[in-house]
Each structure stands twice: as structure tokens, then as C-alpha cells.
Design a protein. Sequence first.
Length: 218
Amino acid sequence: MRVEKYIVFKNVFDCIFAGILFLLLWPLFLSIAIWIKLDSPGPILFRQKRIGKNNEVFEIFKFRSMRLDAPQNIPTHLLHDADSLITKSGRFLRNSSLDELPQLYNILKGEMSFIGPRPALWNQFDLIKGRKEVMVELLKPGITGWAQINGRDEISITEKIALDEYYLKNISLLMDIKILLLTILSVITKKGIREGTVDEAEDAVVGPPMQEKEERCI
């Protein structure tokens, strides 16, 4: 299947499958929402500005997993004592990646795909610039992607860009199936997840303060 035709198929499949999952999983959505409200004060959903296809800004949705007093504008794996900022419900949601479920709505809106590069924060300038240089910006961001199953929180910005470029050049149905299966394995083994301080300069987020708080993404 030619790349252009596969991307059209991929977009249609994403929309249909996301709709089916919404219908099947609404009891789970409701249960999680109730648990979050009972566990800690604050909204059920977490919203944040991200960079999507063609570098357009969109708002990503996740189930809230952190306290309202968590530091702003810092990825969770860069926080000191991040564990103390994660709610009880949030810890389970993050470990199981169920916090990502509301992104089905982003897929239905045409802003995201199931498989693709994870959307950058609006102020991750090095990542945005690097992706633009290798044309990764032409892809819709995904809930999971090639970089996420090859390091997740453990890789630098440079490595992430290289992995995103590899996906762009090798995108196919078989590639996406491989990523999906490896993502399931990664979630089960919790491979590549870090919730604490790291010293990698390339992982730093640069930019003015923002209202939303950054949370880990698969």
C-alpha cells in the first residue's frame, strides 16, 4: 500500500475505531471520573497546549493525575520528588496509561492519531525545530509512537527526533501494528517511565510560565 493511500486509510480507521472505543468504554470513563473527583479536589480532565500537524497548536486532553499545586511548565520526569505530587488515582492511571484515554476525543477531532510522534509542548522549541527540519511536522501526533517504545522518558531530544524521522520514512500498516504491540508490552513492563529528577540538559523545557501543568505521556 502506497504511503499516501495508507495515510488516508489510517485517518479513516482512527476516526472509526476511536468512535467505537468511546461507545464501548464509557462505563470506564465514568468510573475513572468519579474516582478522580473523590480522590482529590480539582477538575477531572487535564488540558494542555501542544503542537500538532504542520506545527498547529491544539489542546490535548488527559485524565488529571497530579495535584493542583504541582509545579507548572515542567515535565514530570524532571520534577524533584514527583511522587509526592501525583494523586493516588493518578498513580494507577499513569502506570496503566489510562490517563491517555481522553485523547480519543482528540482523534475524533482529527488532531491526533493512535500512532505517531508524541505532540510536543508549545515551548519545547528544540524538539519543534528539530522535527521541522526532518519534516516530522507533516505527521499527526499520536497517543503512542516509535520513540515511546524505544525509550519513552529515557531518551534525549536528539534521539527522539531521530526516532520520529525513522517512523516518518518507514510508516506502514505493519510498522503501526508493531508499535501498537510493543506499546502494550511497554505498558505492562512500565519500561522507560521516570517520575523524578534527571540531569539531561536536552530534556529541559524552555519558555515563559504557562497555566497548564505538564504530565508524563506514553
